[in-house]
Design a protein around this ligand. Sequence first.
Ligand code: NDP
Length: 256
Amino acid sequence: ARRWSLHGMTALVTGGSRGIGRAVVEELAALGAAVHTCSRKEDELRERVKEWEAKGFRVTGSVCDVSVREQRERLLSDVAERFGDKLNILVNNVGTNFTKPTTEYSADDYSFLMATNLESAYHLCQLAHPLLKASGSGSIVLISSVCGVVAVCTGSVYAMTKGAMNQLAKNLACEWAKDNIRTNSVAPWYIKTPLVEGDLSRKDYVDNILCRTPQRRVGEPEEISSLVAFLSMPCSSYITGQTISVDGGMTVHGLY
Ligand code: NDP
């Protein structure tokens, strides 16, 4: 049924060449959407787009560093051109991290993480607003983290960017409901991607993660992309402003 489909829809997914973003691009395209994505490394992006074309997916990509304002503006003008000034789905997926004790973050560290994770998402929502509104039915999904829901050992700056994204979903949900745009936040716990390869190769660290996780495993990128797709379909039309954790139960796990 149309309620469970993305046929005829258009999407922008940031950071689609690896990890969660890659899974989101593939999920949305497999469900019928035309997708545009971006990343910084041109070679890897070109290779991905070739693979997607071979699978019959309608995916294009352009090089863009979403931490840079002018590049975000260029990205949205590419998207407007490709999709005729309309967009149904915006997935703000790009985010990165490096963990330090709070007393050791430099001013540059702070600016870099804020620009990459939070300012990019905020400004891309602003830039995409006219296109999302023009489509008649828009969905914004912010890829946040459980680190913006509970305090864990991944560093305070990262946690602040993710907590702010969860709040942004609430504000935009209320402000843009009149434009028929929904906004939700998806908050993963550990997911097997290149970003966390280092963490997941340390056995003592993984043991610590697993004993806090009722399902006793980390997640797969496809376990995030399925929720992103659901939140972009007509069948989720009354869900907005929510932060949904995808975490094997981690955020509800107290002393047990
Ligand atoms: P990866 O580092 O594995 O992939 C990141 C993707 O984004 C790549 O395609 C990368 O390509 C692109 N990217 C990174 N920086 C930029 C930039 N400045 N401009 C444009 N593209 C960029 O990350 P994950 O898939 O693990 O993470 C995706 C999101 O999920 C992030 O927001 C992260 O915080 C969140 N998350 C991840 C968790 C996990 O355990 N993996 C847990 C909770 C949340 P390139 O380097 O070529 O630019």
